[in-house]
Design a protein around this ligand. Structure first.
Ligand code: L34
Length: 258
């Protein structure tokens, strides 16, 4: 960071959080902590749950115009009375460190992008750093959200994987997941992926962030029963979550260079 600052490049991140969702609070705190650790300026805009869409968009316009802010992140989900799409559209694509703006989504589709969305990019980094090459492998993504499932499939495709996206209407789901050399679970249901759905020797990436009946944080994968049959598996916590934050830091630095 000192090297960048010596060149007059000062990354700055604005994080917006609306309302008091306790999980969002933890994630936003982790993001601010990461900024502090690596010397990125950050500021938090904590708005009450009653904030109107117009007020939120007006704040985004102000942040778009501020030079010392290179990245803007509006933590999702937003309260129901606010249209997420309108909010994401308001963020300057060059400051869109989540890569959720349609301009950035489109650039990713083409493969010519400024930013990658943090969670799918973190998953790709985990795969790469573990010495696994998706090229020619059966990659199965369970979940089709705009935030994870869809962009995850695209990034695996860019890495030359043979990609299948599964979702709630998929027939014979376990038949499909059992084909996977690389299985990415982004469903949002604790213990959804059971050991009978996993091929021996598969690589299993758990994107889930759920609370079980005891309030304990757990992923989408039945970790205890899956871990012995797969070649590699990510835990929750301590897996994809911290990688999401690392990729946000990368995007914020990148935004300062645009
Ligand atoms: N705009 N909204 C926007 N961008 C994002 O990239 C996110 N996401 C998801 C929710 N809403 C968002 C996140 O930041 C999920 N997410 C996220 C970020 C960090 C962590 C989890 C989810 C994280 O730090 N996980 C820790 C444990 C956290 C805990 O103790 O609850 C982990 O070790 O997995």
């Amino acid at each position: 960071m000192a090297e960048l600052q010596g060149k007059g490049i000062n990354p700055g991140l604005a994080v917006i959080i609306v309302g008091d969702d306790p999980a969002s609070r933890v994630y936003v705190n982790n993001k601010k902590k990461a900024c502090a650790e690596i010397g990125i300026y950050s500021e938090e805009h904590a708005l009450p749950a009653e904030t109107t869409e117009a007020e939120l968009i007006s704040l985004i316009h102000t942040l778009n115009g501020r030079k010392e802010i290179s990245g803007i992140l509006c933590q999702l989900p937003l309260p129901k009375h606010i249209c997420e799409e309108n909010v994401l559209l308001a963020i300057d694509p060059k400051k869109d460190v989540d890569a959720f703006h349609p301009v950035n989504v489109g650039k990713i589709m083409i493969g010519d992008y400024d930013f990658l969305p943090c969670t799918p990019a973190g998953v790709m980094e985990l795969i790469k750093e573990s010495g696994i090459d998706p090229a020619g492998k059966e990659c199965v993504v369970v979940g089709r959200s705009n935030i994870v499932g869809k962009p995850q499939a695209m990034l695996l495709l860019h890495a030359h994987g043979t990609v299948t996206i599964c979702h709630s209407r998929t027939k014979n789901l376990s038949e499909v997941t059992r084909r996977a050399d690389i299985l990415v679970a982004a469903v949002g249901k604790a213990n959804f992926i059971t050991s009978d759905m996993v091929k021996d020797g598969a690589v299993v990436i758990d994107v889930g962030m759920n609370r079980n009946s005891e309030g304990k944080l757990c992923g989408d994968v039945d970790f205890e029963n899956v871990k012995d049959k797969c070649a590699a598996i990510t835990p929750v916590p301590g897996g994809v979550g911290p990688m999401t934050i690392a990729m946000l830091m990368k995007n914020t630095v990148r935004a300062a260079l645009l």
